[in-house]
Ligand binder design. Structure first.
Ligand SMILES: Cc1cc2nc3c(=O)[nH]c(=O)nc-3n(C[C@H](O)[C@H](O)[C@H](O)COP(=O)(O)OP(=O)(O)OC[C@H]3O[C@@H](n4cnc5c(N)ncnc54)[C@H](O)[C@@H]3O)c2cc1C
Length: 633
């Protein structure tokens, strides 16, 4: 290793490898021993004596869609399981309902089904990952005698449109009182330590590395005056952040909106608002909008989101739902929602009365998830490879579901099945569904995303810099933030500068210039072919550059890194630039999610919206469809 990489700390002993490459391991023996020692299932005290070998949230290195969890996907797509791979005579387990996918949608589907038909229904959830929750992933670090929690994906109960009655009622049943969030949030970090937001201008896009602190606080004129930008760029950015003239004067509001729906935000800025092109890099990788980018975001959507440059146009935009009015963030994100669902489905796995006040500190007993003869079972490390009705489809009474576990193929049989997994995989999982439906299911391309949690031994350098979050346009991680620390359920993430803290870093690999779906495909490929070492190098280099001159030492200060790479991230959402303007009922997600005999389809993909409430609503609909088919409603 050369000096440069050594200085960054790439030779340092941190827990950085993907644990056993995520391969399935037997945990039962180890759990029995731990329970005997009284270390599990107790209060929410920190420093549980758990190891990453038996406790998946503690695994660091590469997480998210880690390699072993998705290693079957290519085989499935290549048709390796076109013939159902398990003989009927070898199918030993039968269920009332089998759910493929243990994310929030799959878990909610089990909940709704049991609510409708009773807790004696025999239900099995199969998931390819080693942990529950899908995108709602808990990252846990036990370090220096304390537990630090981060979110590896789904960050919060937050949505641009209101929760439905069903989703709100579910949250209530789980004991989550969203309106109480202000009691748990730490408002102190910034005020107590005089921390601000900053923008990092990198030399690749702006000619030199420079930090300008005071983003959003300083008057824009003073802020951009310090930036390494041309005078024209500074002038135009100040203009756009202020009260704009009507750049589309002479057009009716209807015509303005129609035009804005057909051009990108980038084209609006450059050609209508006449922004100097040298200012464009400032808009690269906007951390607030990781689903859409300046070159693919329709200008009208940008206006609706309150982006700069539109306030002189008199657009009369409908008042949108106030996202902040319904918000709750657990330290591990919506993994707490998933864990609360599990506590209702399989109480033995999370003993005691679990609510929002206890769930964060509760230890999940993974060996209780899949106990023989229990009516409700959750089987992890089990990628489903094939789903097929047994016998002639019209008269079939069973669905067969084949999966791989510990390298071995097995199958179960179910009266009903819900596919709450990635919708785009369904045509290959279940080749018997009609061609038109398969075509619709194959339409969306999920958004590639990376949520990396870096545990720092101390954050005195951030205190010295007076910065708690960075916007870093164009860099690998355009958004970087110190975890502000939520205090809930006996857990407190609040730390002093001399103590460890988590830094959250977000990335959205893409390829500016290509259409949005193409950019998603390129980003997915990039994530699928990037090693943990690549992410680690990006983390260390970027932190070293942003924190230069503050005493930050990437070799010394970093204790652990967990990279949640999600090539299969957000559900695809439509927009007026990239997708045909067709009536709602002809949208691909609607055509794709139709029940096919004994099988219905859930997941947020089925709602074409990347939110927890959508995952719940799609679960509710999928269950309803199965109940209606059975003549039960
Ligand atoms: C990084 C990130 C941040 C997000 N932040 C938020 C947020 O703050 N708020 C919000 O509301 N939403 C957020 N979302 C959106 C999130 O997708 C939804 O909120 C919700 O968690 C989706 O749940 P789901 O069950 O529909 O899908 P998933 O969570 O993706 O669950 C699907 C499950 O199916 C499994 N699966 C796939 N194929 C197979 C197979 N062949 N066999 C077995 N199992 C399979 C998957 O591994 C996964 O566990 C975020 C998403 C990401 C990726």
């Amino acid at each position: 290793m050369d000096d440069y990489h050594r200085k960054l700390g790439l030779d340092r002993a941190i827990t950085r490898r993907d644990f056993l490459n995520g391969a399935a391991i037997s945990v039962a023996g180890a759990y029995t021993a731990l329970r005997g020692s009284g270390l599990l299932g107790q209060s929410s005290s920190p420093t549980p004596a758990l190891g990453a070998d038996i406790y998946p949230p503690l695994r660091s290195g590469l997480r998210g869609n880690y390699p072993a969890s998705i290693s079957e996907f290519d085989n499935i797509r290549a048709g390796q399981y076109d013939k159902f791979p398990v003989a009927d005579a070898d199918i030993r387990e039968s269920y009332d309902l089998v759910i493929v996918g243990g994310g929030i949608s799959g878990l909610s589907a089990a909940h709704f089904y049991r609510k409708a038909l009773g807790e004696d229904q025999r239900i099995l959830i199969l998931d390819n990952q080693d942990d529950i929750g899908g995108h709602a992933k808990r990252n846990q670090f036990d370090y220096a005698g304390k537990t630090f929690l981060g979110f590896g994906g789904t960050m919060a109960i937050a949505t641009p449109y209101p929760y439905s009655y069903a989703a709100k009622a579910l949250l209530q049943e789980l004991g989550i009182e969203v309106m109480r969030y202000p009691e748990f949030i730490n408002h102190d970090l910034d005020t107590k330590y005089h921390l601000r937001s900053a923008m990092f201008f990198d030399k690749e896009h702006f000619g030199e590395d420079r930090v300008v602190a005071g983003l959003g606080r300083l008057p824009w004129k003073d802020f951009f005056a310090q930036a390494p930008l041309s005078a024209a760029a500074q002038r135009d950015l100040v203009r756009l952040h202020g009260k704009n003239p009507d750049y589309m004067a002479g057009m009716s509001v209807v015509d303005k909106k129609a035009k804005l729906a057909r051009i990108s935000y980038q084209d609006y800025l450059l050609h209508i608002a006449k922004m100097d092109p040298s200012a464009l890099p400032v808009f690269l990788g906007d951390g607030e909008r990781n689903n859409k980018r300046v070159d693919t975001l329709p200008a009208l959507e940008a206006a609706q989101h309150g982006s700069i440059g539109f306030n002189g146009l008199g657009l009369k935009l409908e008042e949108s739902f106030n996202e902040g009015s319904f918000f709750f963030h657990f330290p591990d994100g919506n993994a707490s929602v998933a864990r609360l669902l599990v506590s209702r489905l399989v109480p033995a796995a999370l003993p005691g009365e679990q609510s929002m006040n206890t769930i964060v500190g509760a230890k999940l007993l993974y060996d209780q998830l899949d106990v023989a003869d229990a009516p409700m079972r959750i089987r992890l490390n089990s990628p489903v490879v094939r789903v097929e009705h047994q016998g002639p489809i019209e008269s079939a009474e069973w669905v067969r579901i084949a999966y791989r576990q510990n390298g071995k193929l097995s199958a179960v049989r179910a009266r009903n099945c819900i596919l709450a997994c990635y919708n785009r995989l369904i045509p290959a999982l279940m080749p018997e569904i009609p061609a038109r439906q398969k075509e619709a299911l194959a339409y969306p391309v999920k958004v590639p995303m990376v949520y990396t949690n870096v545990l720092l031994k101390r954050w005195t350098a951030f205190q010295k810099a007076g910065i708690s979050r960075f916007s870093a346009p164009g860099m690998y991680y355009p958004y970087v933030q110190l975890d502000p620390g939520t205090t809930v359920g006996g857990y407190s993430g609040v730390t002093t500068p001399e103590e460890p803290i988590l830094v959250h870093m977000m990335a959205n690999p893409n390829k500016p210039g290509l259409p949005r779906k193409e950019q998603n495909r390129v980003g997915q490929q990039e994530l699928l072919t990037s090693s943990f070492q690549k992410f680690e190098l990006e983390v260390r280099q970027q932190l070293a550059r942003m924190m230069a001159g503050t005493g930050f030492d990437p070799a010394e200060d970093i204790a652990a890194i967990t990279v949640n790479r999600w090539p299969y991230g957000y559900a695809y959402t439509y927009d007026s630039l990239a997708d045909p303007d067709v009536p709602q009922e002809q949208r691909p997600h609607i055509l794709g999610r139709q029940r096919y005999h004994l099988v219905s389809i859930a997941n947020s993909d089925a709602g074409a919206a990347a939110f927890t409430n959508q995952a719940m609503d799609e679960a509710n609909r999928a269950v309803e469809e199965l109940l209606v088919r059975q003549g039960l409603t």
